[in-house]
Design a protein around this ligand. Sequence first.
Ligand code: PA5
Length: 504
Amino acid sequence: MRGMKLVGIGENGTIAAQEGRGRGERNPFQEKSFKDENRVRLDLTYFFDTPGDVKITVGDFESLIPKVMEAHGMLKENKGDIFDKGIPMTGWQDMPERITVEHLEEIKEAAENLAGEVDAYVSLGIGGSYLGIEATFKALTHHYFNSLDREQRGGAPEIYFLGQNMDPDYFRDTLDMLEGKKVGVNVISKSGTTTETAIAFRIMRRLLEENWGDEASNLIVVTTDKEKGALRKLARQKGYRTFVVPDDIGGRFSVLSDVGLVGLAVAGIDIEEFVEGFKDMRARCMNDEFWSNPCLVHAAARHVAWEKGKKIEVVATNSSPLYGVARWMEQLFPESEGHEGHGMWVSPSLYSEKLHANGQMVQEGERNIIETFLFLKNHDSKMEIPRDEEDLDGLNFVPDRGLDMGYVNRKVIEGPAYAHHKGGVPCMIVEIPRRNAYNLGQVYYMMERSVAISGYLLGHNPFIQPGVEAYKKAMFALIGKPGYEDLLKDMETETAAKRKITVS
Ligand code: PA5
């Protein structure tokens, strides 16, 4: 049987962009007109004065400004509760200015060499050593990237992620995709001891060594602490190419460091454009005028909502590729804010899919929710909606009004913002003009700075995550890691003393 042809369907804009990147085409990200068209904006039109008892007024919000400005000043000067093992963990705030042209060139060269050598590239890491890379990769590439041919991918290898969970089925399925291909690996771990990453690396390293012997060391890149840790030691022994996770930047703030840049460059993403987005948002976020500073307004809005009993933040996007950015926020905010009984639960949502699920809860459930929309205004591809002579579904009015699917998808944000606000949910809109590296850089910097300000407002250090250690220790004890014998005994005693409740 003959296969389907895409009759009457226009070009795929994402593939065109990828192919363009493969030919060396770049967005004119230094030009003013490009910057003006690609300015990420924050819109609070639907945030204040929701109907019902628990509303947030502009007055509530403005009363917070002095505290926010104080936090802004402290952050700029690297003061306050921002240290981890004696190091101020705010290196990310000047990173856009610190990063040098020479270093970007070095990354690009290493990425090009590796990309040219392999059919598939596997990024190993978890948490901050994973989410930003995957989020950016997915935001800027075709949904079925690995199924496209190499030219359509802009010359990039296939891209996979492992080490972000311990699911053997996912791991095994991913290995099936790698069979018969030349594979490169970048193992990313600041500590070098994270179990999930270390196990994934052990398996991948063995496979690479079995297949390519000594040549395997040319296919492995290590991104870790500049001196310490097991990975650094192994890299020295084996002669792996290494990149550095800076001392003063924690995982979830590291997407602009080597952690994110190497993998993104392998995928063909313009890392200089990405840096430019960070730089420009940094300049806006350094502004001492509250209402011109998106990160201060964002931080203040979230904090006043939290004070008013809002404990859940739905981060919803109308862009499937940007869903990963919502997932990145799901890590950035709770891992930084969830200390000492503080913090809002971040729930990433893809609209309109979720409007037919938890949308009911957002509209009419417990009023402890705020909503932040990652609103993509322009899509890569245009999907026309055809006219139909019979018009049984009554949809001819859409093409008759000259509207396409992208237009309808914009209403997937504007409609809920209106309706959910009316239902009692304060809504913020982060307007993202297009899917490009410049815009993502802006969003990331704004959110990183916003959560840092949030730490000052909440009164705790947002750059550490002591709570994550508890599960790690319990897991180590349970899998019999030497040194955790006493904890295992305690766990067994405590578990034995519990009343067993099982239903079978
Ligand atoms: O944000 C963080 O610091 C964490 O999410 C870490 O990135 C994550 O735990 C992985 O740590 P590591 O890079 O040491 O393997």
